[in-house]
Design a protein around this ligand. Structure first.
Ligand SMILES: O=C(O)CCC(=O)C(=O)O
Ligand SMILES: [Fe+2]
Length: 362
């Protein structure tokens, strides 16, 4: 336990805050008390819950990380196409030990199983997003998502607010530590390969950003008796460079926009789902797509997902790279923005597709 303390030597006042969110009911508790109740604040319009409109939905691409790292040109080409045509892919052979993923799934499930009073000891404060609660709620009449979340900043270490890190179940913190360091390694390796597909040197992405922010959002989606009328997480694109997601092996829920349809991301055991975030879309002048995605719920089983967002630090300025301006995109589609401002702008709104990206449009 000592190391957590030592790493936290900078004062709490020096840790950045991100955004305020209104206090809203705990969904898991609502369902526990009365599984049949689905309040009006959660009921969406038909358009919001529109279904997939094709029968045979295509599968999102699968990328083999060990082949990528071994220098396989075909795999690199697949990665390029995945970022360009899909903005989403699943990663296999990523080297994260299976027991680390299992342990992480276990401790998060145990955390959400705790009584509400226990979890509420980690409640998000009214002015920030670290802790247990809900983010992106900015008005009393906004439709709410059918989920609760635990959000923690993992790196840089000195941004951690340990008072929001669960101590129950017992092994939560060390499990999170091993999981997150594996995610950081996989993130670095993927960004190395993405730099190559962008025609840069392997270490260019990491050099460009310097130190990175890594945040974890653990999403808990309770069952819902009206699954076709609510949304687990509203359509949005991620503000990250890339996001690396561990989803449960058994329960589908994530859907992504592709060719005007909502395509389900079918879980592949032990794979990680990776998506291009807004920052990568901006660096590439729109060549790589930060795709809108949403989560749907079901009547039978709760679902847990762990989204690790890898992002720049606040002072980083982002804009399209010069060599990304080409015949297809003859001018820069985005202007230069300071990442910290971009992030806070998006967190101070409700999730609404890609509306938050307007701020960076040229
Ligand atoms: O639960 C999921 O599969 C996705 C969650 C997500 O999109 C997010 O947390 O940004
Ligand atoms: Fe997301």
């Amino acid at each position: 336990m000592g190391s957590y303390m030592d790493e936290n030597i900078i004062g709490e006042d020096d840790i950045p805050t991100y955004a305020a969110s209104l206090l809203v009911p705990n969904v898991q508790e609502m369902v526990r008390k009365n599984p049949l109740e689905v309040p009006q604040r959660y009921i969406r319009t038909q358009e919001d819950v529109a279904k997939i409109n094709c029968i045979l939905s295509p599968e999102i691409p699968t990328i083999d990380l060990s082949s990528l790292l071994g220098g396989c040109r075909d795999e690199l080409e697949k990665l390029h196409e995945a970022c360009q045509d899909w903005g989403f892919f699943q990663v296999v052979n990523h080297g994260m030990p299976r027991q680390v993923m299992r342990a992480m799934n276990e401790v998060t499930a145990q955390f959400f199983d705790l009584p509400l009073e226990e979890k509420n000891k980690l409640s998000m404060p009214s002015d920030d997003i670290q802790g247990y609660g809900h983010a992106y709620v900015v008005s009393e009449d906004q439709k709410l998502d059918w989920s609760d979340a635990l959000i923690l900043i993992i790196y840089p270490n000195h941004f951690r607010r340990l008072k929001y890190w669960p101590t129950s179940p017992e092994h939560f913190r060390e499990t999170l530590e091993s999981y997150s360091s594996e995610i950081r390694r996989i993130g670095d390796e993927l960004m190395g390969s993405v730099a190559l597909t962008m025609g840069l040197d392997k270490d260019a992405m990491l050099k460009l950003h310097g130190d990175l922010l890594q945040a974890l959002r653990v999403n808990y989606y309770p069952t819902c008796q009206k699954p076709d009328e609510v949304v687990g997480v509203s359509p949005h694109s991620d503000t990250s460079i890339i996001t690396i997601l561990l989803q449960s092996d058994e329960t589908e829920g994530l859907q992504i926009q592709h060719d005007g349809m909502w395509i389900p991301v079918k879980p592949i055991p032990d794979a990680l789902v990776v998506n291009v975030g807004d920052v990568l879309e901006i660096w590439t002048n729109g060549k790589y797509k930060s795709i809108e995605h949403r989560v749907v719920t079901n009547e039978k089983k709760p679902r847990i997902s762990l989204a690790s967002f890898i992002a720049p630090l606040d002072d980083m300025e982002i804009e399209p790279l010069d060599h990304m301006v080409d015949q297809e995109r003859p001018c820069k589609m985005y202007k230069k923005v300071k990442y910290g401002e971009y992030l806070r702008h998006s967190m101070n709104r409700k999730m609404e597709g890609k509306a938050h990206t307007q701020m960076a449009k040229a």
